[in-house]
Design a protein around this ligand. Structure first.
Ligand SMILES: Cc1cc2nc3c(=O)[nH]c(=O)nc-3n(C[C@H](O)[C@H](O)[C@H](O)COP(=O)(O)OP(=O)(O)OC[C@H]3O[C@@H](n4cnc5c(N)ncnc54)[C@H](O)[C@@H]3O)c2cc1C
Length: 423
């Protein structure tokens, strides 16, 4: 099939407008690049808006609550009225936005402010065409059919390393992946002292009856309104990079959410007059493919706080690896393993074998355990900002991201208020 000549010709194509991709596109455009951002959903924000998750984990040290990520992630929190720009410590380890619909509007506004940035929602990046060891064109699919994007540099922020995989860069996908979770909200709930325990015991009974295959927690939070619960509890083992498995998981997650709602409404005091507000809209995928890049960040690097000259971001979250089994009362079945704030090197954004590609977000180059820490929201955003900045610098200098020095990327990030935290 012949696909017409390039409909778009840009310096930087960012694939995926999630936590990493939103930051990458903003950073690339603010650094002067002509950018196209494509996103399969009808809005930006990734996990925040596709799953409804309001937490900015990774922005503050888990123990001291000191801010360790600034730049675009902090700017987003400031613009969501969570904190002032000069904040140094948060009252909790996980600052939370109060409305994910408002976050969609904020993302639209920030993207629209950039004159050299175009956005295509409802658009999936689906194939690449190589010239030598570089991506020449990316094919995108949307209501206009298939189109060709000619680009100098690609930033893969798909979460699943879709573009790196299509381009033939080495990737790894573990046999056992972390389970997926569908989040949901129930309204008109009366809060009682024992509500969390009552909800948990009802799920234990539902599982014993054979109505529920697996669950965790449940996390029952009244964060959006005093009579509304936001639930973290669904656990579906599946591979989000396999279209058939992803479909099965989406269907099962939705069914399990409804099963939980019905059993709480029937059995738990406070839920008598409740109603199901919404799920998703997408099931959340924690882990699929990661690139095996120029440097693979390890759990040893994380736990020993190894320093890197080309550090471009700081991580701080615990090793947060969800198991594929029921864990009552919590997400993990062991004590949290918490590192000191640690460096993430530029080379973990660089794939092997493909010259003009950067990869940011949960599919950057790290071992499974290290990435269970680097995958959280604010860290993914910081990686996205670094990748977008590097893409713009490389495009401006006419070199590849591989030829760009990580120290230079770090200097620019720091000069612009981001980059790794000192000390
Ligand atoms: C259920 C769940 C709960 C979590 N809980 C927390 C938490 O409490 N706190 C926390 O900080 N972190 C949490 N995380 C982790 C964290 O939020 C994610 O790992 C983070 O979103 C990673 O950012 P990302 O940009 O890599 O991926 P995402 O935010 O998922 O963004 C990827 C984007 O790319 C788009 N996309 C994918 N493929 C394509 C394509 N081919 N073409 C175009 N667009 C594409 C997607 O639609 C999406 O918008 C959770 C994750 C999950 C799944």
């Amino acid at each position: 099939m012949e696909i017409e000549a390039a409909r778009y010709d840009v310096d930087v194509l960012v694939c995926g407008a999630g936590c990493a991709g939103l930051s990458a596109a903003l950073a690339a455009a603010r650094n002067g690049a002509n950018v196209l951002l494509v996103e399969q959903a009808g809005f930006a924000g990734g996990i925040i808006t596709t799953v409804g998750l309001p937490y900015f984990d990774g922005i503050a040290d888990l123990r001291t609550h000191r801010v360790v990520v600034r730049g675009i992630p902090l700017e987003l929190l400031v613009k969501m009225d969570v904190c002032p720009p000069d904040v140094t410590h948060f009252p909790t380890h996980n600052p939370t936005i109060d409305n994910v619909e408002r976050f969609k509007i904020l993302a639209d506004q920030l993207l629209a402010e950039q004159p050299t940035l175009r956005v295509l929602y409802h658009t999936i990046a689906c194939e690449v065409q190589l010239r030598g060891d570089a991506i020449a064109d990316v094919l995108i699919a949307n209501k206009g059919g298939l189109s060709r994007v000619s680009t100098r540099i690609v930033v893969d922020c798909t979460g699943d390393a879709d573009i790196a995989t299509r381009a033939g860069a080495p990737v790894e996908k573990r046999e056992t992946l972390q389970p997926m979770t569908m989040h949901f909200r129930i309204g008109n709930v009366r809060r009682t002292a024992s509500i969390r325990l009552d909800c948990r015991q009802a799920l234990v009974r539902a599982q014993a009856r054979g109505d529920l295959p697996m669950f965790y927690g449940p996390g029952v939070s009244f964060i959006f309104a005093p009579d509304e619960v936001y639930i973290h509890a669904i656990r579906v083992p599946a591979d989000g990079s396999d279209p058939e498995d992803l479909t099965r998981a989406e269907i099962q997650g939705r069914r399990d959410a409804w099963t939980m709602f019905e059993c709480w409404k029937r059995e738990v005091p406070g839920f008598e007059d409740s109603y199901f507000i919404s799920s998703g809209p997408f099931i959340g995928v924690r882990e699929t493919r990661r690139i095996v890049g120029q440097y693979v960040l390890t759990e040893d690097d994380v736990m020993t706080t190894r320093r890197f000259d080309d550090a471009i971001a700081t991580g701080c979250w615990d090793l947060d690896q969800h198991p594929n089994r029921t864990t009552q009362g919590a997400a993990l079945d062991h004590d949290r393993i918490i590192p000191e704030p640690y460096d993430i090197p530029y080379r973990s954004l660089l794939p092997r074998n493909v010259a003009n590609l950067l990869v940011a977000g949960r599919c950057h180059s790290a071992t499974q355990l290290a990435s269970s820490s680097t995958r959280v929201t604010a860290t993914a955003m910081a990686l996205g900002q670094a990748a977008g900045t590097a893409a713009a610098l490389a495009a401006r200098s006419g070199i590849s991201p591989q030829e760009l020095s990580g120290q230079r990327v770090r200097e620019v990030l720091v000069a612009q208020g981001g980059g790794p935290v000192e000390g």
